[in-house]
Design a protein around this ligand. Structure first.
Ligand code: SF4
Length: 63
């Protein structure tokens, strides 16, 4: 299990993370980011890809 944190004071809701890890991140009907705070270990690579593409460096994995 991995824990995911998004600094919502940095997030600009661009949604790049959604393309990398759609099981974890999504944009809601108001185009605001929603995410799951925990994910299966199998999602780690996708979340790391989301971390890499996030232009605001808002995403982190909390070990
Ligand atoms: S890529 Fe980063 S800034 Fe964009 S929605 Fe995801 S967490 Fe927010």
């Amino acid at each position: 299990m991995i824990k995911i944190d998004v600094d919502m004071t940095k997030c600009q809701h661009y949604g790049q993370c959604v393309f990398e890890a759609p099981q974890v991140f999504k944009l809601n009907n108001d185009d605001k980011l929603e995410y799951t705070a925990t994910a299966d270990e199998s999602e780690r690579a996708n979340v790391e890809a989301a971390i890499d593409v996030c232009p605001m460096q808002a995403i982190s994995i909390v070990e």
